[in-house]
Design a protein around this ligand. Structure first.
Ligand SMILES: [Zn+2]
Length: 101
């Protein structure tokens, strides 16, 4: 699978990096976003579902900060809920709009 090197979050370019180990506040994690450096770092070697969830999770953090909601940026419960629900929400909306099946 191709690994993009950059992504735009509401017009702000974030570099996507991959590291063998990602550490945040002394804890190993699957991913990390740095809104000051404009980087998203993802752990190397994750399986497809873990990688997809980690990238989605960090991008949601990015959308919260870039859209002017810093209050929610560090709300891990909210970010993780959005990570799990966004695809279901998009699918439900597509059905309601008449585009889904
Ligand atoms: Zn997080």
């Amino acid at each position: 699978m191709k690994k993009p090197k950059n992504v735009s979050i509401l017009g702000t370019k974030y570099e996507i990096k991959h590291l063998d180990v990602v550490v945040h506040e002394d804890a190993v994690c699957f991913g990390l976003i740095d809104p000051d450096e404009k980087t998203i770092t993802i752990q190397e070697g994750l399986d497809e579902k873990e990688r997809e969830a980690a990238i989605t999770h960090e991008i949601i953090h990015g959308y919260l900060i870039e859209s002017g909601l810093p209050r929610y940026y560090n709300d891990e419960l909210l970010v993780e809920w959005l990570t799990r629900m966004i695809r279901a929400i998009v699918k439900t909306a597509a059905v309601a709009i008449g585009e889904g099946d």
